[in-house]
Design a protein around this ligand. Structure first.
Ligand SMILES: Cc1cc2nc3c(=O)[nH]c(=O)nc-3n(C[C@H](O)[C@H](O)[C@H](O)COP(=O)(O)OP(=O)(O)OC[C@H]3O[C@@H](n4cnc5c(N)ncnc54)[C@H](O)[C@@H]3O)c2cc1C
Length: 506
């Protein structure tokens, strides 16, 4: 008999797991609290301007990256169009200029162009530049993560497959220790030193984490979908429904019902109950284990996670957007710039630099003749906004608007006076994130990766004393993101199939 699965959450985790399970013979139903699917992967439209919150780049937009094969098990990736920007980012430096007197570092996506640009700036750094570019190009030759395609000659293939990956070992060993700041010190040029140090503002990131996307920006397998997050979500939603899945919108799950260590049903919209053979929670980690399961299940790993002992929560964000009736053509779509003096946000975070996105490259999001400028301010103090909104809505709105005015002044130092051209101002805070998705403390990507280079699953897909229950979302793997989500959904679906004697057909 066909087994039924209740899926909690219609974000990318819920949709992708739903698509996998439907194709493996389960009858699934998604319960989503919001009126649309997508969760954090979303866009919203204000006065004709569509703000693309997530999915600025999706890993796996061409077959040159392994994630393309995962996405293609679910949707036709070629049916979407993607933007591939010439420059990934422009970084305005504070101290040094290049030999032409410019203070902006261009991070080109084309590796040959980047190599020529870097070498032109600093010919004496050619050996280190060449080594760096060659290593990134080598990464392009490998499926990362490795996908072991099953062949009839599988056994032999497996050996060759593993031997092939030995070539990567020196890069993995070296770049899993070295950070962008360590690497920056290798340059003789002060301009390049400062540029590489500022790749992630004040944060240090392992070179491997920097180099991998560089490899895929160059071979155009990490693109930004035309139509933004919503275009991507729509494809998954359509596929899920075409496979016979059902999505219940405006349906908030309040409780996971456990009887004698077996999950039997969910309680939603206060007093409705839906039984199923299997329950898969594809929603926020804290909500699932600390509220929906309501203490009816104890687990040491989860207790430690809840105390934030081993992992911190990923940054939340304040996204301030201005829609203007003017085209800003001569600016990078993405730039970071230093501030004359530190700016302290209402939640107490201090910023020395800001990041500004200018979008007018996608006419489906921003009307012709107009531009959308967005400043993204990461914060670890999402709770300030969440609590303020709950306690005093008027004050919250005032604080938001005052802060937006301050940010506008900073933006104008870069693009000139725009205040007369503003048609739309929008401020999304951690409270917005939490309100729409229940994401804990407004986290944007689950857990922040720890010191370990490879972050395997930090919480399990299933538990010993909680039968018929599974958990899969971006919270399973620190760092989160869309590739993590599809990989985890595939993994949990495979496990569900195995434990229910169903064939995993992929
Ligand atoms: C600003 C931002 C930019 C990003 N940029 C990128 C990017 O460029 N590339 C990339 O790969 N990743 C990016 N990410 C990360 C990516 O969007 C997330 O990792 C991914 O969308 C998480 O999906 P999820 O389904 O696991 O979680 P969620 O999106 O949180 O989904 C959980 C779902 O559960 C629903 N829900 C919550 N509570 C209940 C309840 N009680 N009952 C029923 N439903 C409930 C929520 O409404 C939501 O739909 C970005 C994220 C953010 C926020």
């Amino acid at each position: 008999m066909t087994k039924t699965v209740n899926i909690i959450g219609g974000g990318i985790s819920g949709l992708t797991a739903g698509c996998y399970l439907q194709q493996c013979g389960f009858k699934t139903e998604i319960f989503e609290k919001h009126s649309t699917s997508g969760g954090l992967c979303t866009c919203w439209t204000r006065k004709g301007f569509t703000i693309n919150f997530s999915a600025h780049w999706i890993l796996g937009t061409s077959e040159k990256n392994s994630f393309y094969h995962y996405w293609s098990e679910l949707i036709d990736m070629k049916s979407l169009e993607y933007f591939h920007h010439e420059k990934i980012i422009d970084i305005q430096l504070s101290k040094y200029t290049d030999k032409y007197g410019g203070n902006v570092f261009h991070l080109y996506s084309d590796l040959n162009k980047l190599k020529n640009y870097l070498t032109d700036i600093s010919p004496e750094d050619a050996p280190i530049i060449n080594k760096f570019i060659n290593r990134v190009k080598l990464l392009q030759k490998f499926d990362l993560p490795p996908i072991n395609k099953k062949q009839p000659w599988y056994k032999y293939y497996n050996i060759i497959f593993k031997l092939k990956y030995l070539r990567l070992l020196p890069i993995v060993i070296n770049w899993s220790k070295e950070t962008n700041v360590d690497f920056s010190n290798k340059f003789k040029s002060n301009f390049l030193k400062e540029a590489f140090r500022l790749l992630y503002d004040d944060h240090e990131v392992k070179m491997f984490v920097f180099a991998l996307p560089m490899a895929y920006f160059d071979n155009k397998s990490a693109g930004c979908p035309k139509g933004g997050s919503n275009a991507f979500v729509k494809k998954l939603e359509e596929k899920y429904i075409s496979l016979g899945g059902k999505i219940n919108f405006n349906t908030e799950v309040n409780k996971i019902i456990v009887e004698n260590n077996v999950v039997t049903a969910i309680n939603y919209n206060n007093d409705n109950i839906k039984h199923s053979d299997i329950t898969l929670s594809a929603t926020d980690w804290n909500l699932t284990f600390n509220k929906l399961l309501n203490g009816s299940f104890k687990n040491k790993i989860n207790d430690e996670l809840a105390l934030l002992k081993n992992y911190e929560i990923f940054f939340s964000t304040i996204l301030i957007s201005f829609g203007i009736n003017k085209v800003l053509n001569n600016f990078s779509h993405y730039l970071r710039f230093p501030l004359n003096e530190p700016l302290v946000s209402p939640d107490g975070t201090e910023y020395n630099r800001l990041e500004l996105k200018i979008s007018n490259f996608d006419e489906t999001l921003v009307p012709k003749g107009k531009s959308l400028l967005s400043v993204n301010l990461y914060t670890k103090n999402g709770e300030y906004w969440i609590n303020l909104r709950k306690q005093n809505l008027n004050e919250y709105n005032k604080v938001k608007n005052d802060f937006a005015s301050k940010i506008l002044l900073q933006v104008e130092t870069q693009v000139g006076e725009i205040s007369q051209h503003i048609e739309m101002t929008d401020v999304a805070t951690p409270a917005t994130i939490e309100r729409y998705t229940n994401s804990w403390k407004g986290s944007t990507q689950g857990w922040l990766p720890g010191k370990k280079f490879i972050n395997s699953s930090v919480c399990n897909y299933y538990y010993k004393n909680l039968d018929n229950f599974y958990y899969s979302s971006h919270w399973n793997t620190p760092g989160g993101g869309l590739p993590v989500v599809v990989k985890n959904s595939r993994e949990v679906s495979k496990i569900i199939c195995k434990r229910n004697n169903q064939k995993f057909v992929f």
